[in-house]
Write a protein that binds this ligand. Structure first.
Ligand SMILES: Nc1ncnc2c1ncn2[C@@H]1O[C@H](COP(=O)(O)OP(=O)(O)OP(=O)(O)O)[C@@H](O)[C@H]1O
Ligand SMILES: [Mg+2]
Length: 306
């Protein structure tokens, strides 16, 4: 009998330690609100060619007109802490551009009109750095560090000074467990030239780097690309748990599967830069049905409308 209780105890320790991870305490900071108002964004495809290369056209620099292309037009949205907003749409519809504008990382384009407000204040690089974690579409990591070294390095730099070394190590372990990076924790990260962890694992390391400092606003650009459906589903469940814990999660996804789609609170469907639908995820199919485009039975709505 004593042996049995002992066994149950060790069993519980083994298996419950994974589940209630201390990382997912609710976010204790203030509530955040992100608002995009009537955004109009243009990219100049000719601006990438330097003016001196174009002198052969016998025009002075100010006479050269680029061909302007509208990347985003008339987009408004609003998200609060506790919600998860997904930006969906086909390739080239402006998802990355939108997320880059929100985090002040837009390059090569101009904002013609509109505003991005974080808690009512217009976004500036300083404000973004303090409050938003941005996981970009391409991974920018140091290729020669292992996964654990990468995370410990970020833990040393990004966590507040009141954290002790044990707490930092604990946080790194939590993040590794949550993103299922255990089996590659001691592998080199690598990049296009240096062989390291797999592509999906590298994506998860990028996400882990941002989760580590426990941000109030989390922006992810295609976090599920390159992952198998099980891992992708689990990742979105993790993100939705983070959102439940009073965080604001904004992600872009490329035609999600229907089980992933169900996890979203709000959805913005973009089509060549303009929002075709913006609102609660569960109202999307009724909305298009009312417009005369019912979703065929047994068909994934995000495949059909995207
Ligand atoms: N700096 C830029 N210079 C020229 N064109 C640009 C620039 N930024 C964006 N674009 C154009 O704007 C459009 C939207 O690009 P964006 O990267 O936002 O697409 P996306 O929705 O993220 O696509 P994907 O799903 O493939 O990542 C594309 O047609 C792209 O060519
Ligand atoms: Mg993109």
């Amino acid at each position: 009998n004593v042996l049995q209780t002992e066994m149950i105890k060790t069993y519980k320790e083994l298996f419950s330690a994974e589940e209630d991870n201390s990382l997912y305490f609710t976010y204790s900071g203030r509530c955040n609100e992100l608002e995009v108002k009537n955004l109009h964004y243009q990219v100049d495809t000719a601006a990438q060619i330097p003016w001196y290369e174009r002198l052969s056209e016998f025009k002075l620099p100010w006479e050269m007109k680029g061909n302007k292309q509208t990347a985003i037009s008339k987009l408004s949205l609003r998200v609060r802490s506790g919600q998860m907003l997904a930006v969906i749409g086909s390739s080239g519809c402006g998802k990355t551009s939108l997320l880059d504008i929100i985090t002040c990382r837009d390059e090569g384009g101009t904002m013609k009109s509109g505003q991005v407000l974080i808690n009512g204040t217009p976004n500036t690089p300083q404000l973004v750095k303090k409050s938003i974690a941005h996981v970009r579409q391409d991974d920018r990591l140091l290729p020669h560090l292992t996964v654990r070294e990468t995370l410990s390095f970020v833990a040393k730099l990004r966590l507040p000074t009141r954290f002790t070394q044990e707490q930092r190590d604990q946080r790194v372990d939590d993040v590794i467990a949550e993103l299922r990076l255990r089996q590659c924790a001691n592998t080199r990260v690598g990049n296009d030239y240096v062989r390291g962890v797999s592509g999906g694992e590298r994506r998860r390391v990028s996400i882990a780097v941002q989760l580590l400092w426990n941000p109030g606003i989390l922006i992810l650009d295609e976090p599920t690309s390159g992952l198998d459906s099980f891992t992708a589903h689990n990742l979105v469940i993790t993100l939705s748990r983070l959102a439940r814990g009073n965080r604001l999660v904004l992600l872009s996804v490329h035609q999600p599967r229907s089980d992933i789609f169900q996890l979203f609170d709000l959805v913005v469907l973009l089509s060549s830069g303009s929002a075709v639908y913006c609102g609660p995820a569960r109202d999307m199919v009724p909305y298009f049905t009312a417009l005369g485009h019912p979703c065929p039975r047994y068909c994934n709505p995000s495949d059909f409308y995207g």
